[in-house]
Design a binder for this molecule. Structure first.
Ligand code: ZN
Length: 179
């Protein structure tokens, strides 16, 4: 036990002396700001903003803000005729598409937007079929109009950003058939 404590102390000293200090985020830490660019989201710009606001109202450790001039966005949002989908490069970074294939099938647009942002916030698909789960995505009925993460999903996102969780690069597609 003592050796473990000494090792931890040595590691902490080394970390502080290193280029990147690894420290636990205090509870009062400022949220990580992620800038998103919806300028290429075509007719879905406002629903992209809505998806961001949904997350901002439910998590504390990260905030999604529209990118300001001259700044490189963390997240780029596009629109096309395919399935909604997300491409993550690391936690909080990547891009997603508002896909008209799901919109035209009647899936609720704010739910799609919040779901795809959810991938950028480190959540995988969980095809539970439940409308109460945001990350159930297309497995919930088309009639599902719940755009909100449940408490487990929100707390997972808070934990991801509290610990700067490592998230591998991945592609997530709205339609289960294409996974
Ligand atoms: Zn998904």
């Amino acid at each position: 036990m003592l050796i473990r404590k000494i090792a931890a102390a040595v590691f902490a000293v080394l970390a502080l002396g290193g280029v990147q200090a690894v420290t636990a985020a205090p509870a009062t830490a400022a949220p990580r700001i992620l800038y998103y660019d919806a300028s290429q989201a075509q007719e879905f710009k406002s629903v992209v903003d809505q998806g961001a606001q949904i997350w901002n109202s439910r998590v504390t450790n990260v905030r999604l803000q529209p990118v300001t001039a001259g700044r490189t966005p963390n997240i780029r949002v596009y629109a096309d005729n395919g399935w909604p989908r997300a491409y993550t490069s690391s936690l909080g970074n990547g891009s997603w598409y508002m896909g008209r294939q799901a919109v035209n099938q009647g899936y609720y647009q704010p739910r799609i937007a919040a779901h795809e942002f959810g991938h950028l916030l480190g959540l995988p698909d969980r095809r539970t079929g439940l409308c109460t789960d945001l990350m159930s995505g297309s497995s919930a009925p088309v009639s599902c109009t719940n755009p909100n993460p449940n408490t487990r999903e929100a707390s997972t996102v808070n934990a991801n950003f509290a610990s700067a969780a490592a998230v591998p690069a991945r592609t997530f597609v709205w339609s289960g058939a294409q996974q």
